[in-house]
Design a protein around this ligand. Sequence first.
Ligand code: SAH
Ligand code: SF4
Length: 432
Amino acid sequence: MSGDVSDRSAPPKNTGPQALPPPLARTPEEWALALKAAGVRPFHARQLFRWIQARGVIDPEQMTDLPKELRASMASLELEKTFAVDQVRRAADGTRKLLVRLRDGATVETVLIPGVSGGKNGLPSPVEPHAQVQGIDAPGALGPDDADAAAAVDDEEEEPSAGTGAAGTEFVRVTQCVSTQVGCAMGCVFCASGVAGLKRHLGADEVVAQVVAGRAELLEGERLRNIVFMGMGEPLHNYENTARSLRLLTHPEGIALSARRITVSTSGLVPEIARLGQDFAGHIGLAVSLHAADDETRSRLMPINKKYPLPVLMDALRAYPLPRRRRITIEYTLVAGQNDDRVEARKLAKLLRTIPVKINLIPMNPIGASSLGPPGMQRVLDFQQTLCDAGYSCFIRRRRGDDVSAACGQLALLGAKPKVRGFTARKPSAAG
Ligand code: SAH
Ligand code: SF4
């Protein structure tokens, strides 16, 4: 065993390990190439992949079934330098926000959201992170029910926040929200990441790093169950890295999350929605940030709408190869005086008529860079009622967990669905 297994080693003919992705983003096959180039038996590739991806171990010394020499040469990769957790902030409700520092010093936030028990009939009270990193608000994200929306909810059955392991032990299901970029190029006017602009894409290894860091923070009895790509950045603008990280996270020899337990949120990049649908056969949960039901309003709030206006976006949603009984999640941030009128709600109801969706209403979380803000609660409830009257499953989320940090929020379910098609339910109370 001679070589260096890093991607910095000299490329052999044809294979070119320089072209290999960084270690945390490698598939078993790519590890085999790296090992081969270093004169190491490719047999160890799968072991290596499993240590990193399935067990979240990046310290070669802990990879006890690898030969000593390989462990020593692995040290040259300096995997531990991929990321460092600078800070963990805990909210009273169990949400944890991790500030992850990357190799170049850039920081991103990832949020762990344990399933909250005590919801109706023991169902989860969904929570949503709304991250802020060093003055840059990462956008809000969906919570456990939404990731479950990519799964159980869309199978028309909600899943309890706790589950039972093989040995009959209870565990708490945790949803992790990950970032895909430092900042964002999309420029949505209500979003601090958008206002800040794009600093850079994250590599797939940096998405995996957030998951490795998140798993290390799991408490006894917690299990990572869902991942939502709803932190900082537009995942589909960084398609290659997003897709690679999806492949790694769903790889059967890695953490092996079911694709339906992963949700990617997008501001509406039409070609990449099609690509995602095609590459993953529609199995990855899709959330779309709509925020308006007419082009004029949407273009004002989200400049990307000028490139992909609503008719084009709606066609892309209709074409997404959703598995049976699954729904697309529509995110609608309510901004006072901009998109929060009942008239807009009726327009939205009409727009979405032929698409299987559930709708999340998020009263805008105020950001320093803008004077825009959330509407009053009655307006939010009226908006929801209009959609529910039109037959949609529609949830309201609001900020919570402000004890984590005054500036970052965690959004939680405010009201359960008051009305579902054909059913009448009571109007939700304002008590969150
Ligand atoms: N870029 C992707 C994913 C991250 S944003 C997207 O836009 O979908 C996740 C969600 O948070 C989006 O629906 C976004 O519109 C919302 N969001 C961003 N800033 C917000 C704010 N200040 N208040 C409420 N929701 C916000
Ligand atoms: Fe923010 Fe998402 Fe818009 Fe980017 S696309 S600016 S992250 S809301």
